[in-house]
Design a protein around this ligand. Structure first.
Ligand SMILES: C[S@@+](CC[C@H](N)C(=O)[O-])C[C@H]1O[C@@H](n2cnc3c(N)ncnc32)[C@H](O)[C@@H]1O
Length: 207
């Protein structure tokens, strides 16, 4: 771990970090976690977190709960949060779906899943994040009208995402929404390899 990350783990993690333990189902009190009442965005698998920090800095009226399993990414986002003085980001270390179980229903304004691991081999598709049971859980955590925004540079995953999202009975396609997000690190890699970028946006329907 570099000194920048070590410093962030010492000084930023205690205030803004959250460890996700497998099997822990204690409901999260988001108002206490963020210290205010505001619309909330969940970002799943933020990688190194540069895009997350950029979005949170440009969007101070909303709170960002960002979850990642990769330790260097945790250190980097914490360092960015400290350096940029961001008070609207909380950094969760652990499995995203374990965290989702702890988020109250109808409490999120948006869920971002940007460039999740594509698991291209057919025998690994079951490891993909965007699959029916996970989508149902994510949709329940959104408020009515809340946005589920997925992006990928893998055409086959985009097709399977579209099928899964369209099949969910509580989601409505939002084709006219603008894909407003910074370019991410994995997106840059995909573009450099000549791959097309797909943004899929769905909103939770009103009951
Ligand atoms: C392909 S990278 C994309 C990172 C970033 N969103 C970007 O676009 O640059 C996928 C990320 O998801 C993280 N990830 C995979 N499974 C996860 C899980 N179950 N919970 C949290 N993060 C996960 C990985 O560690 C990795 O950093």
């Amino acid at each position: 771990m570099g000194s920048r990350h070590a410093e962030a783990m010492t000084h930023v993690w205690p205030a803004y970090g959250l460890t996700v333990l497998d099997g822990d189902r204690t409901p999260l009190d988001l108002e206490t976690l963020f210290g205010r009442e505001a619309p909330r965005v969940l970002e799943i698998g933020f990688g190194m977190g540069d895009a997350t920090a950029e979005m949170a800095a440009a969007d101070p009226g909303r709170d960002y709960l960002a979850v990642e399993v990769h330790t260097p990414g945790i250190g980097n986002l914490l360092a960015l949060v400290g350096e940029r003085g961001l008070t609207n980001v909380r950094v969760a270390h652990g499995d995203a779906m374990e965290l989702v179980h702890r988020i109250p229903e109808s409490s999120l304004d948006a869920v971002h899943v940007f460039f999740p691991d594509p698991w291209p081999k057919a025998r690994h598709h079951k490891r993909r994040l965007i699959q029916p049971a996970n989508v149902a859980l994510l949709r329940d955590r959104l408020r009515a009208g809340g946005l589920l925004h997925c992006a990928t540079d893998w055409a086959h995953y985009a097709e399977s995402m579209a099928e899964t999202l369209e099949a969910d009975p509580g989601l409505v396609a939002a084709p006219d929404d603008e894909a407003r997000r910074p370019e991410t690190k994995f997106e840059r890699r995909g573009v450099a390899s000549g791959r097309e970028i797909f943004d899929l946006m769905f909103r939770r329907g009103y009951p």
